[in-house]
Design a protein around this ligand. Structure first.
Ligand code: UD1
Length: 383
């Protein structure tokens, strides 16, 4: 299927910066290439994430083409990182005569590039718009609110997002409900997922340790891992759970750095913990798909577990993805150790929430975006 006629003009600049962007962008680029082949695409990586484990492995796993441009900004405070991305992105927009800039998700790279584009009068397209946790202490919430305000075209993953956007004064005709591109990646990659036993063996760990089931843990939100007390309390609760069920814990660099800094690394010495470095996409998918439950503060994993039908205990007080709680397998358990433990016990005793897969989380969201965007671009050209 090829949608619309060939389009003249500069490229759509597609921006990625951090790990959770890659699984959203991969299906979008595939859909553009397949359905709007005349549309030039320029893939820009800001370099917000740069470690091979946070970056290169995922590109390969997702068949994401190598970026055409890498801004190589690296880590810094929010202000410095955002400013540096903006400084380095502006000349790219000018050099390539961008027709539009497409950003995904809610990381610093998302707002930084959207802000540069809108100030150069280049239309901004935001994929995964309208999600709101209501928690303005979360850096991502600020990125979400601001990116949506300056976007010309907003693609949403769940219907509740439109109400959030309308409340913030965003015209409904700029918003299109297309479903969840992250689930496009999940569906495309599931047949290639690496089974947990294989992953453990590859890391020199005896797979017999998880023969009777296991849980998966990830943790990286600043609110959970940037303060010694909160981090110690959460790790304490996880250690209790690890006495009942082995927990495979893929350690994010922020969390590892903080555990070291706070002198808390020894808390991971519990025999029920299986500690791994950050994992590739296919490894993480295999881990989640074979698990009894997932304990996480990640946004994407709340959605992935809902798509997989695996119970998810979200170690946060709020979620910007309410559909995963209302329809999916997600439970918000908060950060109180007793509550985390009680929720895990409940899953162990009764199997946890079953849930159903939300509307349009069907592997075709990126195709819908390609079709919609192609029409939108043609209409703009005619006006
Ligand atoms: C960022 C996103 C967050 C997303 C997460 C996924 C923002 C505001 N936050 O958080 O929404 O869920 O990515 O990982 O954009 N570091 C490395 N190697 C890397 C990257 C980072 O060691 O490749 C370390 C650095 O010490 C850095 C720290 O991790 O300071 C945090 O990285 P940063 O990109 O600032 O935020 P994340 O916590 O990864």
């Amino acid at each position: 299927m090829t949608i619309g006629e060939p389009l003249a003009g500069g490229p759509i600049i597609c921006v990625v910066g951090a790990r959770p962007n890659y699984m959203k962008m991969a299906p979008i680029i595939r859909a553009f290439r397949a359905h709007v082949p005349a549309l030039p695409i320029l893939l820009v990586h800001t370099g917000q994430h740069y470690d091979p484990a946070m970056n290169d492995t995922l590109f390969a796993d997702l068949d994401l083409p190598q970026p055409d441009v890498n801004l190589e900004v690296g880590s810094a405070s929010h202000a410095v990182q955002t400013a540096e991305i903006m400084k380095r992105f502006e000349p790219v927009i000018d050099q390539y005569g961008a027709r539009a800039v497409l950003v995904v998700g809610d990381v610093n790279s998302t707002i930084a590039c959207a802000l540069v584009a809108v100030k150069r009068n280049v239309p901004v397209i935001h994929v995964e718009a309208g999600l709101r946790s209501g928690d303005r202490k979360m850096p991502e919430e600020i990125n979400r609110v601001l990116t949506d305000q300056i976007s010309d075209l907003l693609y949403t993953t769940e219907r509740s997002a439109l109400a959030n956007l309308t409340r913030e004064g965003i015209a409904e005709d700029r918003v299109a409900f297309v479903g969840n591109v992250m689930i496009d990646s999940l569906r495309a990659s599931l047949p290639k997922a690496v089974p947990a036993a294989e992953l453990l063996a590859a890391n020199g760990i005896d797979p017999a340790r998880i023969a009777d089931g296991y849980g998966v843990v990830t943790l990286h939100r600043p609110s959970n891992v940037d303060h010694p007390e909160s981090l110690a309390r959460i790790i304490g609760a996880l250690a209790e759970i690890a006495s009942r069920l082995p927990l495979v814990f893929a350690l994010h660099p922020r969390t590892r750095n903080n555990l070291e800094r706070f002198g808390l690394l020894a808390k991971l010495d519990h025999p029920g913990f299986i500690i791994l470095p950050p994992q590739g996409y296919l490894q993480m998918l295999g881990l989640m798909a074979g698990s009894v439950m997932v304990l996480t503060d990640s946004g994407g994993m709340q959605e992935e577990t809902t798509a997989l039908g695996i119970p998810c205990l979200t170690i946060r007080e709020n979620t910007e993805r309410p559909i995963t709680v209302e329809q999916g397998t997600n439970t918000l358990v908060g950060v109180d150790p007793q509550a985390i433990l009680a929720a895990a016990d409940e899953v162990l005793a009764r199997g946890g929430k079953r849930g159903r897969v939300p509307e349009y989380w069907d592997g075709k969201a990126a195709e819908r975006i390609a079709a919609h965007l192609s029409n939108w671009l043609s209409q703009r050209r005619m006006n």
